[in-house]
Write a protein that binds this ligand. Structure first.
Ligand code: MG
Length: 218
C-alpha cells in the first residue's frame, strides 16, 4: 500500500453505484432505496447485510455501496426463478427474462450484468437458492436483513422465521411491500411485519412508502 492508501480506501468506500439503480428493472422507489441504504450504512457496522429477493439487482445497487461504506458486504439471495407474481400469465411477468431452454424465468444473467455495470462485484455476493434452505445452514450473525422475496403467506413466513433470528441486537429488519390497508396490496408482508412487532424482539424505526424498518432489541 502506498502512502495515500488510507485516502484511497476512503474514496473506494464512498463510491456509489456507477449506474442509476432506478435504471435497473425492479419494484423499489428511489426514496425507499435511499432509506434502505441509510439503514445499511448504520447496521452494516454490526455485521453483513443480507437481502432476500434480488430480482435484477435494483435494491442491491442501493444496499451494496452502503454495505461497502460500512466495511462489510451484501449477500443478495434469490433463486432467480421469479416469485409467483412474475410467472407467465401473472401481473408482473416479464417475457424478456424467460429462459427458453430451462422453460423457466431466469433473472440471474440480468442481475449479474447489472451488478457488474454498477461496479459492485466487490461488495455484492450472490446467494443462489431457496431462502429457507440457505437459512437452515447460515450461522453468521447479520447487521441487517431485508425481506423482499415471495409474497405468499408461506414464502413470507419462511423468510421471517428463517432470518429474523439471525439479526444482531441493534441490527435492522427491513420488509418491503408492507401495506397496513388491505386495499393497497397483499397481506403477507404486513403479517410478518406485525409478527415481528408482536414478538417483542423488534421496535419500529420508520416507514417509507411500503418499506418498514425495524430495529432488533438487545
Ligand atoms: Mg418488493
Amino acid at each position: 500500500m502506498t502512502g495515500d492508501g488510507a485516502k484511497g480506501v476512503k474514496q473506494i468506500h464512498q463510491t456509489p453505484s456507477k449506474i442509476d439503480p432506478q435504471s435497473i428493472k425492479g419494484f423499489m422507489a428511489e426514496d425507499e432505496g435511499q432509506a434502505l441504504a441509510e439503514a445499511a450504512r448504520l447496521a452494516g457496522t454490526l455485521g453483513p447485510v443480507l437481502e432476500i429477493g434480488s430480482y435484477c439487482g435494483r435494491s442491491a445497487a442501493y444496499l451494496g455501496p452502503a454495505a461497502r461504506a460500512a466495511g462489510t458486504v451484501l449477500y443478495a439471495l434469490d433463486h432467480h426463478r421469479g416469485s409467483e407474481e412474475n410467472q407467465p400469465g401473472w401481473e408482473w411477468h416479464d417475457q424478456t427474462l424467460w429462459d427458453e431452454k430451462a422453460q423457466a424465468l431466469d433473472t440471474l444473467p440480468s442481475f449479474r450484468r447489472n451488478i457488474a455495470a454498477a461496479g459492485l462485484e466487490d461488495c455484492v455476493i450472490a446467494l443462489i437458492g431457496h431462502s429457507p434452505r440457505i437459512a437452515r445452514h447460515w450461522t453468521t450473525p447479520l447487521g441487517m436483513v431485508f425481506i423482499d422475496g415471495g409474497h405468499t403467506m408461506k414464502a413470507a413466513f419462511d423468510d421471517y422465521r428463517g432470518w429474523a433470528g439471525k439479526i444482531l441486537p441493534g441490527g435492522i429488519l427491513a420488509i418491503h411491500d408492507v401495506f397496513p390497508n388491505p386495499a393497497d396490496g397483499g397481506r403477507p408482508p404486513f403479517e410478518i411485519y406485525r409478527k415481528a412487532l408482536e414478538s417483542g424482539l423488534f421496535e419500529q424505526l420508520s416507514f417509507v412508502r411500503s418499506l418498514a424498518l425495524l430495529r432488533r432489541l438487545g
